[in-house]
Design a protein around this ligand. Structure first.
Ligand SMILES: Cc1cc2nc3c(=O)[nH]c(=O)nc-3n(C[C@H](O)[C@H](O)[C@H](O)COP(=O)(O)OP(=O)(O)OC[C@H]3O[C@@H](n4cnc5c(N)ncnc54)[C@H](O)[C@@H]3O)c2cc1C
Length: 496
């Protein structure tokens, strides 16, 4: 198994549960992939994900191994879910309780409360159907797609309409539109290019809610590592795979510098592009550079991990600075890639909920500005955008911050490339646009190497923590089927 992010841990534990002997090789010194931790001066920063959405996926995963969430961490629902700073000095807190949410929509726009209820009922249908079975499929054939289409019914599916069109045909208030369009960012795309199928993410956001595992998002990695170890998975960190060994078209192991690991099968959860282009000889690659050059990657990001030695009462746990034009920033990410002229950004302050992530009286801040992948990333650009974000943050919360910063670390495109071999420094894989949904994503099964599979955020079902967990499960189950067919399991345990 290559990689110890959510996909690698999930695939490894699922295989080990079925009797395979599994070794995870991870290039970094800490398991967790994009979700690693960074400690400094008494602050504990989650380096990647901060939104815990779709709690059902985590619970289902733990249940697969006879556990439940409460075995690992205390999960709190955030209320309000998040704060949105909008243009014209307005701000709004999105309530967690359903009735308050409907009332909030109604207070912004007459009739919007009822329209929201109808919109969310539709979104729930999509969520239930997609999550019941389809999300767990390999997405390898058109039949699976047609099957999903039939189940949802063309009108309810709205696969060929954009999320933007569906939202804007029902809501006019700019703040409500921002709230409903924002989950498309999770999918790595814009509301124009995201199929309306993904309004199921609005259901995840507004109905299933925004949660926080006390201790931080890394608690999920700790839980998944514990499960992996209970299942007998061996995790070797600081061990970079330099090649996948293929003999007569079959994966027979991996090479880590001078060390050779033999295996009956390999699942690669490292970035798909890197795995094919660098770890495999040319004749075994399904996709070439031209193919990857045409993909719409999810954005990269400029991130600042800041320790601030004062409390900042103007912030909630999650804060969206949507006080500039999203359309302009989106154009500068996707169609005309450049450092943004007036960026939107996001500030997470987990210390608002969790006293363990910052020293007493301090605030733990994570600033994230989405950025076109592949841009030139220089110290000068980082610090220019730091100034822009800090200035807006200070202005909107009405409090100076700059002089209270005691920890200041930036992270951007070059770091994603170096730490994860991320293609163009992408932060979270491939965008879920219409042309890159389900069967149109890079395939899980290698076309040219037997017993080699890919999993994680660049293949199905897509970017994000819950999809990465599911991706690992799909790959593991498919591999088990293949191993059974080829009778490798007769010499149990198979080694992956
Ligand atoms: C800044 C940021 C914020 C995010 N916010 C959210 C959020 O709030 N909520 C959410 O749900 N999702 C969020 N995401 C997305 C989510 O974190 C990812 O989709 C998910 O973590 C991907 O998991 P993965 O296992 O597919 O990949 P990864 O986590 O990238 O794991 C792949 C692993 O493979 C390793 N690897 C690569 N090459 C090699 C090699 N040659 N040898 C050995 N190991 C190798 C890497 O080091 C890495 O550990 C965010 C992502 C980022 C970066």
């Amino acid at each position: 198994m290559i990689g110890s992010g959510f996909a690698g841990l999930s695939a490894a534990s699922t295989l080990a549960q079925q009797g395979c002997e599994v070794t995870i090789l991870e290039k970094n010194y800490q398991p967790g992939g994009r979700a690693r931790l960074y400690h400094e001066e008494g602050f504990t920063f989650d380096m990647g994900p901060s939104w815990y959405w779709m709690p059902d996926v985590f619970e289902d995963y733990y249940r697969q191994f006879g556990h439940s969430v409460s075995d690992f961490y205390e999960l709190r629902r955030l209320d309000p879910s998040y704060r949105v700073f909008t243009q014209g000095d307005q701000k709004a807190d999105v309530p967690a309780a359903y009735d308050s949410l409907v009332a909030f929509f109604e207070s912004r726009e007459s009739g919007a409360g009822a329209r929201l209820e109808a919109f969310l009922a539709e979104a729930k249908t999509k969520y239930d159907i997609a999550m019941s079975d389809h999300v767990h499929r390999l997405s390898d054939s058109i039949t699976e797609f047609l099957d999903l289409n039939t189940l949802l019914g063309t009108t309810r599916l709205q696969m060929f309409h954009s999320l933007k069109k569906v939202i804007r045909s029902r809501f006019k208030d700019p703040l409500l539109v921002s709230i409903l369009e924002f989950p498309s960012l999770f999918l790595g795309a814009t509301p124009e290019t995201t199929p309306a199928l993904y309004s199921m993410m609005n259901y995840a956001d507004l109905v299933l809610g925004t949660w926080y595992p006390m201790g931080g998002m890394y608690e999920v990695i700790r839980a998944m590592v514990r499960i992996a170890e209970e299942q007998g998975v061996k995790i070797i960190t600081g061990s970079e795979v330099t090649a996948i060994d293929v003999k007569q078209g079959v994966a027979t192991g991996v090479i880590c510098g001078a060390v050779h690991y033999t295996a009956d099968a390999v699942i690669a959860t490292s970035d798909y592009h890197y795995t094919e282009q660098v770890l495999l000889p040319e004749q075994y690659r399904r996709y070439d550079e031209h193919y990857w050059g045409k993909r719409t990657m999810s954005p990269s990001a400029l991130i600042y991990y800041l320790g601030v030695d004062r409390r900042l009462p103007g912030l909630l746990h999650h804060n969206l600075f949507f006080d500039e034009d999203f359309a302009v920033h989106a154009r500068e990410i996707y169609s005309d890639p450049q450092w943004p002229s007036a960026p939107l950004f996001y500030v997470c302050a987990p210390s608002v909920t969790d006293p363990t992530v910052a020293p007493e009286g301090s605030e733990n801040l994570f600033l994230l500005m989405p950025l076109a992948p592949g841009l030139q990333d220089t110290e000068e650009m980082r610090s220019r955008y730091f100034d822009i974000m800090i200035e807006r943050l200070e202005q909107r919360i009405g409090m100076p911050i700059r002089d209270s910063i005691v920890v200041n670390r930036s992270y951007c495109i070059r770091d994603f490339e170096k730490d994860y071999h991320a293609y163009k420094g992408n932060a979270y894989g491939l965008a879920n646009t219409l042309m890159q949904t389900a069967i149109l994503k890079p395939k899980m099964r290698s076309a040219k190497v037997k017993n080699l599979l890919y999993a994680g955020q660049l293949t199905v079902p897509g970017p994000g923590v819950p999809p990465a967990i599911i991706s690992g499960q799909i790959a593991a189950r498919d591999l088990m089927k293949q191993l059974k067919k080829t009778n490798i399991l007769t010499k149990t345990p198979a080694h992956v």
